[in-house]
Design a protein around this ligand. Structure first.
Ligand SMILES: [Fe+2]
Length: 295
């Protein structure tokens, strides 16, 4: 296994009644090696310390932040977030942090999908702001940051395709990305385009992490994609994964978001990801090995 592979992860609300038991069981079965954690404002330090101590030793972490890294149009500077980022770094030592690239959650009180969520503007001005903020984060953050491809809920200012936006963003920042399949699909469906339209232009080689969840096409016209965190991964998503993986040459991790899901859904989704991820990593390692022999 190459050293920069984190493996398969699970995103699960820590306050769910069965969370600890399900995480322990998934880890015991070898189905996941890391947990994507959401650290909501209403979690007390005592609750978090208790949970942290009760999680499996050896389990690793990725932090899904909630506004601390917000890229575009944020008020204040990233430097203002440093005490909070340092606090999370010291308690959880996350391998990296991720956060959807959106304009804002007003008041930073709500999660993606809430009406307060303002989606990314695909404009030159917004790209400039995102690049500036990303470069500031890269210089200052003690935790690496992988921006997440966000969900699109409505047509918006659209000076360039989402794939173009992220290609240009990566060219100017060198950032690694968290690619959410349902979110990319949501953008293309709104444009009445095929689900993976323009994927050839997307910087898949910069994708460090892939995010999957249950989900479905949400209307008769096929214009919307609805994430369903309680549901099993849709075969459509599996097909997308098969198409993408060979080109994700820098992939380090893949996780499933299972919020409020029955335990069987959690294990089922993790098994699918394991089945797809490890052959991909092995093929990549074999390819690198052959390269060394021939060099
Ligand atoms: Fe996210």
């Amino acid at each position: 296994m190459s050293s920069n592979v984190l493996g398969i992860g699970l995103a699960n609300d820590l306050c769910e009644p069965e969370a600890l038991a399900v995480i322990h069981e998934a880890y015991r079965r070898g189905l996941c090696s890391y947990l994507t954690i959401y650290l909501y404002a209403n979690y007390t330090p005592e609750f978090l310390r208790t949970i942290r101590a009760a999680l499996p030793p050896g389990l690793r972490y990725v932090w899904h932040a909630g506004g601390e890294f917000e890229l575009p149009y944020a008020d204040g500077r990233f430097a203002d977030q440093l005490p909070r980022v340092a606090e999370v770094a010291s308690m959880w030592s996350p391998a990296w942090a991720t956060e959807d690239v959106i304009v804002t959650n007003f008041g930073r009180t709500k999660e993606a999908g809430h009406p307060n969520y303002v989606q990314l503007l695909l404009t030159e001005e917004c790209l400039d702001v995102c690049v500036r903020r990303m470069n500031e984060i890269t210089r200052a953050s003690p935790i690496p940051f992988f921006p997440e491809v966000p969900h699109f809920y409505a047509p918006g200012p659209d000076e360039m395709h989402l794939a173009t936006f992220f290609r240009r963003f990566v060219e100017r920042t060198g950032a690694k990305l968290n690619f959410d399949i349902g979110h990319y699909v949501s953008y293309n469906l709104l444009r009445q385009a095929p689900m993976l339209d323009r994927i050839d232009e997307f910087p898949l080689e910069a994708v460090g992490e892939i995010n999957t969840a249950g989900g479905m096409v949400g209307d008769a016209q096929g214009l919307t994609w609805i994430d369903d965190y309680a549901g099993p991964i849709n075969p459509i998503t599996v097909d997308c994964l098969r198409a993408l993986l060979p080109r994700c040459t820098g992939l380090e991790a893949m996780y499933t978001e299972t919020i409020g899901a029955e335990p069987w859904v959690v294990f089922h989704n993790l098994e699918i990801l394991n089945t797809l991820f490890w052959p991909h990593v092995e093929a990549r390692n074999n390819f690198a090995e052959r390269g060394r022999v021939w060099a």
